[in-house]
Ligand binder design. Structure first.
Ligand SMILES: [Ca+2]
Ligand SMILES: [Ca+2]
Length: 164
């Protein structure tokens, strides 16, 4: 934790130095920061006017400045369809800028009640072991826990499937 505190104090001191506001810092966390970047929807194969095989992908990227290094069983990415866990992807080490994905392929019927009328919401989240900050390994401490989940409405899949 010490280096991060020092960095924050230095930024504060710089910000107070002049009369002008300090320039906003680049959006890169000081440490390691796996973050859910986006959820991708793709049509893999059309099977009819309203039906297709689709892929839902959650993309996690280390948006921090330092490499994330951990043990394989201490973190994973979970993809939920509404409240139902449909896919899990494990990851371990992530260099700055490196990405890992969780992918789920399913059939989609854009004229059905379950998908067309009441499409599910997809949620992607990064899940850590409860002791990740207490394991004496600072290289797997996520610097920002607020960017570890994202959601996207399945209604956009209907637009994709109907639109082609
Ligand atoms: Ca740790
Ligand atoms: Ca994070």
């Amino acid at each position: 934790m010490k280096p991060m505190v020092a960095t924050l104090l230095a930024a504060f001191a710089l910000g107070c130095g002049g009369g002008r506001p300090a320039p906003s810092p680049a959006p890169v966390a000081a440490g390691r920061d796996p973050a859910v970047q986006r959820i991708d929807f793709e049509v893999l194969r059309r099977t009819g006017a309203f039906t297709a095989q689709v892929r839902i992908s959650g993309v996690v990227r280390n948006v921090g400045a330092l490499g994330f290094r951990s043990r394989p069983d201490q973190q994973n990415i979970q993809l939920y369809e509404n409240q139902r866990l449909v896919q899990t992807a494990r990851f371990q080490d992530l260099a700055p800028g490196e990405e890992v994905r969780v992918e789920y392929v399913r059939d989609w019927y854009a004229a059905s009640p379950g998908e067309g009328e009441f499409p599910p919401t997809y949620h992607v989240l990064i899940v850590y072991d409860p002791d990740i900050f207490l394991d004496s390994n600072a290289e797997n401490d996520d610097a920002d826990l607020n960017d570890n989940r994202r959601q996207r409405e399945g209604s956009e899949l209907n637009t994709l499937v109907r639109g082609g």
